[in-house]
Design a binder for this molecule. Structure first.
Ligand code: IPM
Ligand code: MN
Length: 349
């Protein structure tokens, strides 16, 4: 019996999570597994009403679950940084979800802005470090507010943190068993402390994985290759900030935020799965947002729970449905949010 903690969050989060839960219910029947869900209201809406963000006792509670299913956190009336730090990053950090896994996969019939690229060309996974780097929140101001002000934002890279991420990348690449190539995406030519550590660690660990080809590319070049030759990639491992940036680009070439999902993984603890598109305030409550990204996040969740058959079914449902939509963008699908959820359920059945 799986226990799934559900955090619908803000904006369109609750609308897409509702469709995800509909699909979960259907697939549990078909693939024959049992689960319970519990809803948690960690959101900007609750923060505005109560001043509460995520508390330590909430984290302790969440540790009792098999996985977390998250909609979106972000509210137009809350100053940038508060919810990100106080809810999303707090979840990732305190549950030590040190990997952010983001598949970039173009499904058949889905429009990509890349001319002449097909599903065969766009199929790779970004392994983003998810607990350190520029996201550590360390830094300082001096002479704040004066014309001599300096702001320092520190990127923290520990050998342990870097090594566990790179190791995950190699293992993942081996298990994925496709082109068996792991690309390190960094900036060794400028960031000569952090990326020296990354490169050294990468080269060392690579010796243990003779079956995996290795490669290195600067992050700016990775952006260029995503557009020019995405078929070049299999698995990419990178730090938190670069991973954040390149996966938005990745989402666009796989068809947009309507379909892009990710997993915040703690291989020995509680992992959390989310659509990566955010709370989309402008589409909230209109029944027009695309739930396929949230449904793909559910697929990743099931895969992580080792419900392989269920995960496969959900993916097939998504592939089938994506082909039917006029567009994957909010408001242009030719179907409502709820109808898209229904299409996935029908396809699975
Ligand atoms: C993401 C988001 C978050 C990040 C924000 C909301 C803090 O952009 O999940 O990619 O930067 O990690
Ligand atoms: Mn991002």
């Amino acid at each position: 019996m799986y226990k799934i903690a559900v955090i619908p969050g803000d904006g369109t989060g609750p609308e897409v999570i509702r469709e995800g839960l509909k699909v979960l219910k259907a697939v549990s029947r078909i693939a024959n597994f049992e689960y319970q869900t519990k809803l948690f209201d960690f959101s900007g809406g609750r923060y505005l009403k109560t001043g509460k963000l995520l508390e330590d006792k909430d984290i302790e509670e969440l540790k009792k679950y098999s996985a977390i299913y998250l909609g979106a956190v972000g509210h137009p009336d809350v100053k940038p940084g508060i919810l990100e730090q106080g809810v999303l990053l707090k979840l990732r950090f305190s549950l030590d979800q040190y990997i952010n896994l983001r598949p970039v996969k173009l499904y058949p019939g889905v429009q990509t802005p890349l001319k002449n690229k097909t599903p065969e060309d766009i199929d790779f996974v970004v392994v983003r470090e998810n607990s350190e780097g520029l996201y550590s929140g360390k830094g300082s101001f001096s002479n704040k507010g004066t014309k001599d002000e300096t702001a320092i934002q520190e990127s923290i890279n520990t050998r342990k943190g870097v090594e566990r991420c790179i190791r995950y990348g190699f293992e993942f690449c081996r298990q994925r068993n496709k082109r068996k190539k792991l690309t390190l995406c960094g900036k060794t030519n400028v960031l000569t402390y952090a990326w020296d550590l990354w490169q050294r660690t990468f080269d060392e660990i690579a010796k243990e994985y003779a079956d995996i080809k290795t490669d290195y590319s600067h992050v700016d070049a990775v952006c260029m290759w995503f557009i020019k030759s995405p078929e070049w990639f299999d698995v990419i491992v990178t730090d938190n900030m670069f991973g954040d940036i390149i996966t938005d680009l990745g989402a666009m070439i796989q068809g947009g935020m309507g379909i892009a999902a990710g997993g915040n993984i703690n291989p020995d603890g509680v992992s959390m799965f989310e659509p990566i598109g955010g709370s989309a305030p402008k589409y909230t409550g209109k029944n027009v947002i695309n739930p396929l990204a949230a449904i793909s996040a559910l697929q990743m969740l099931l895969d992580f729970l080792n419900e392989k058959k269920a995960a496969r079914l959900v993916e097939e449902g998504v592939i089938h449905t994506a082909q039917k939509l006029k567009s994957l963008s909010a408001g242009k699908m030719g179907y409502s949010t709820q109808e898209v959820g229904d299409l996935v359920v029908e396809a699975m059945e």
